[in-house]
Design a protein around this ligand. Structure first.
Ligand SMILES: [Zn+2]
Ligand SMILES: [Zn+2]
Length: 276
């Protein structure tokens, strides 16, 4: 190898080392977003207790009525509609507002961080991914159940509310599994992804590629095809733009603030090629 080649190799090796150090810092800060494990676990537990209470109320009413058909149908409807709800919510936080937005700021910031460093979602403790939605459910679901009980609603109403809430909370776990290496998935999850019961890795990978404006649903992904085929979110974005003048982030891609940081990969690949 000549002098220039050696200098280039040395330069690229130093560049890789410094970029990797920066990347490690960024990953570390991403993983260390404000997070208090005890509170996150407590909120996840509180959300889970609300879901279990709702489902047990449904089971008890169904047993009294002698039929489980309606609550089971309601649960399936809730599972389907929760996928749609995650799609609308994900579209909103991906495209509008920022960390300073009231109420949704932390979630918007977290989703932005996720687009920058997608793999970190698989490295967090599950409660760290689930606690924000679990906290909302811990407050909202008991109120919904109380209102349903006051109105003498049937078992199906409680089943719908409980399953819908459970799917919303677990959507971030399903999302995490969509980013996980198949070899590290719990038994059965890969089969559920392949069957379309849980959002698949392939479908969600498309969300993380340009043009960054599709496949927003993250429970089963069953609504993604329909929503994307009919450009539903693009129509909503046009409505928002013409009414408020606010542009969604997806119109301005590529934007380094939320596209994946692939610099390290690219430089490492270049250095590897130079060594061969
Ligand atoms: Zn997204
Ligand atoms: Zn993702």
């Amino acid at each position: 190898m000549d002098g220039i080649g050696i200098a280039m190799k040395k330069g690229s090796a130093e560049s890789v080392a410094s970029t990797e150090a920066n990347f490690a810092c960024a990953i570390q800060s991403e993983l260390q977003r404000p997070y208090e494990p005890r509170f996150s676990r407590a909120w996840t537990l509180a959300g889970s207790a609300a879901v279990i209470s709702s489902l047990s109320t449904s089971a008890s009413l169904a047993a009294d009525a002698g039929s489980f058909a309606e609550p089971v149908a309601a649960a399936l409807a809730a599972y389907s509609l929760a996928d749609l709800a995650t799609g609308v919510y994900h579209w909103f936080v991906d495209n509008y507002g920022d960390a300073s937005t009231p109420v949704f700021g932390a979630q918007i910031d977290a989703f932005q961080g996720h687009h920058r460093y997608p793999a970190t979602i698989t490295r967090r403790e599950p409660c760290n991914n689930l606690h924000a939605l679990a906290r909302a459910i811990a407050f909202a679901l008991p109120a919904v159940d109380a209102a349903a009980s006051a109105a003498a609603a049937p078992a199906a109403a409680h089943a719908f509310a409980g399953v819908f809430a459970a799917c919303l909370v677990l959507s971030q776990q399903f999302h995490s599994w969509a980013h996980e290496n198949p070899r590290r998935l719990p038994p059965g999850v890969e089969a559920l992804q392949a069957a379309g019961v849980l959002v698949s890795r392939a479908q969600h990978a498309a969300h993380h590629r340009a043009p960054y404006n599709n496949n927003y649903c993250i429970v089963s992904g069953m609504w993604n095809g329909l929503l994307d085929r009919h450009r539903v979110f693009e129509v909503l974005e046009m409505v928002v733009f013409f009414r408020t003048g606010v542009r969604p982030r997806s119109w301005d891609e590529p934007d380094a603030a939320w596209t994946e940081n692939t610099t390290v990969t690219a430089i490492a690949a270049t250095a590897k090629a130079g060594n061969e």
